[in-house]
Design a protein around this ligand. Structure first.
Ligand code: MN3
Length: 202
């Protein structure tokens, strides 16, 4: 069965008061994410080895294989964007207790966590992602990946939050100011309730 673009978990205008306008979501979800899904389906159609595989399996089996880079890029970006839409909320920015306690234990405090996450996103040269992961050692960690890569591929841990730092994610709302986009994302858009559910899921 072909992969499909999942609907946004909120309306296209729902994040506008929090700094992500309707046009950004219209283009980012309806055009960019859709393009990754369409490209991925094209590769699966032509390659029997990919047919019947889950998205997670395709990300992992194509990772690090130069001849499968186009498959990896599009599968990775489909996985990343599915997570990204869930990692934001019109009621974003509110840290629930269990996650806040864990963040304080592992980073020293909410401010330290936000500073480190922002630094990872700012420090990702060119396109990519910054992540909050639950690492295999049980500690929260911040990582960054280029282009379509992600913690599922690198094995760095279970993703609790991921923020898109490709320019298409912030250029309409913040122009070239990636640090401002990231600060706003952490303060007003990040769905920490969802992140806490991912933390408790394992
Ligand atoms: Mn994107």
């Amino acid at each position: 069965m072909a992969f499909e673009l999942p609907p946004l978990p909120y309306s296209k205008s729902a994040l506008a008061p929090n700094g992500m306008c309707e046009e950004t979501l219209d283009l980012h979800h309806g055009k960019h994410h859709q393009a990754y899904v369409t490209a991925l389906n094209g590769f699966v159609e032509k390659d029997p080895n990919l047919q019947g595989k889950s998205l997670e399996e395709i990300v992992q089996l194509s990772h690090g294989k130069p001849d499968m880079a186009p498959v990896f890029n599009n599968a990775g970006q489909h996985w990343n964007h599915i997570l990204f839409w869930q990692a934001m909320s019109p009621n974003g920015g509110k840290l629930p207790g269990t996650l806040e306690k864990k963040i304080t234990e592992d980073f020293g405090g909410t401010q330290q966590f936000k500073d480190a996450f922002k630094a990872a996103g700012v420090g990702q040269f060119g396109s990519g992602w910054a992540w909050l992961v639950l690492a295999p050692d049980g500690k929260l960690k911040i990582t960054k990946t280029p282009n379509g890569s992600n913690p599922l591929a690198t094995g760095e841990g279970r993703a609790l939050l991921g923020v898109d730092v490709w320019e298409h994610s912030y250029y309409l709302d913040f122009r070239n100011r990636r640090p401002d986009y990231l600060q706003n994302w952490l303060d007003k858009l990040a769905n920490y309730e969802w992140a806490e559910q991912q933390l408790n899921a394992g």
